[in-house]
Design a protein. Sequence first.
Length: 466
Amino acid sequence: MQKYYLAIDIGASSGRHVLGYMNNGKLTLEEVYRFENNLIKQNKHLCWDLKGLFQEIVNGLKICKKQNRIPTSMGIDTWAVDFVLLDKDGQILGDTVAYRDSRTNGMDRKVGDLISLESLYQRTGIQKLNFNTIYQLMAVKQNHPKYLDKAKDFLMIPDYFHYLLTGNKCVEYTNATTTQLVNLKTKDWDYELMDLLEFPRDIFKAIHMPMTVVGSFRKDIIDEVGFDCQVVLPATHDTGSAVLAVPSKQEDFIYLSSGTWSLMGIESMKPYNSAYSMEHNFTNEGGFEYRYRCLKNIMGLWMVQCIRRELKSKCTYEELCQLAKEADDFPSRLDVNAEVFLAPESMIQEIKYYCKKTNQPIPVTIGELAACIYHSLAESYAVTVNEIERLTGITYSGIHIVGGGSNAGYLNELTAKATGKEIYIGPVEATAIGNLLVQMMKDNVFCSLKDARECVYHSFEIQKLI
Ligand code: ADP
Ligand code: LRH
């Protein structure tokens, strides 16, 4: 009988249920369900609709049942840094505010009063991003101290969904490191740091590694979806899963996990937390088997997503790429990592204003706007490649681009030109694949990550651009 494994991968822009199974020695994927994810405004804050997302998780499970494809195991990954605080009855305290919300404004100073940036980076290896969980928790402490008083558990978003499915609360390592509260050396919660910040240490429960069994479905979930299933922890941070599925045959490679964010970096068994890496804002996120993802967050295709939404989705992403290509010689460039692009009221107006302020031609057409973004992204990738090579002292021959953004052919071409590197494109569903690989390693389909990566290499077509 065919054995299926189910990855539920929820990015900031969309989620999907992907079944994986072995077929003639190749990993085969079937997307059974896809749904949108959007930020919502709640009590004047940008929030996630967790209820709606959980309903979508259940909807996709029901489709597996309808198709009579009952997975042996399943696991959920999502974007990082966001979390819930649960009270004694397992209920969420307050709204689930999203990382793009402005509640963290000024929280870096509050944290900075208690611990220096250098010290924080040394302890955690995590880059300073104003939306890191540490700053979000500081905002909760300032604005809603009662939530922290009442909280019994701290869970990251995928942990919370696993809890709703199984009734078990289980914090996963790769995503926990993005809180900036995990110690780089001990690879466990940094309780001293929590004391320093006056965060209640008892809400941060034991951290578990990918491949841990969370449990089986609760009775009410079995009744609703029509089957039981074992929940196995993948790398619950989507980027952690994506990097697992990079089909490189070489030890040293640069990846670009391209989606709402562009995450560019390397995988390493040792962290990079020198003054140089701190100055250039490289992070060391925790990975499978305690690997590190030393990478940089670049604003990414969020900017294109915003424009598409503003245009009421009149253009597809392919069309936006095509229009950008037609406006290829439009000369203006943006600092894509500028704060102003994190959550603007109007991305179109913000880009126009940025060009005006920097005395550059103001984009007028959709093509000019998109060209401006794609060119600026490609240029920032090139700068990052140089920084990575300086950081590691290694010259890399190629870059692997994975994720939904690897569909953007025009951006891939610009990246090849700007970096002068060989570009390997795909797989598009790297995150879901990485999620599946861990479940399949747990079930002994693969005996190691090397084995699993090799299977990805043979199973999916990888396009090469020179
Ligand atoms: P996330 O997981 O962060 O939600 P994805 O990895 O699904 O994001 O990538 C979504 C992005 O990929 C879109 O915002 C879009 O810019 C880009 N994209 C997807 N399909 C295409 C396409 N056919 N052409 C160009 N860009 C695309
Ligand atoms: C990408 C991602 C990224 C984080 C950001 C919050 O989806 O997980 O790795 O930095 O979202």
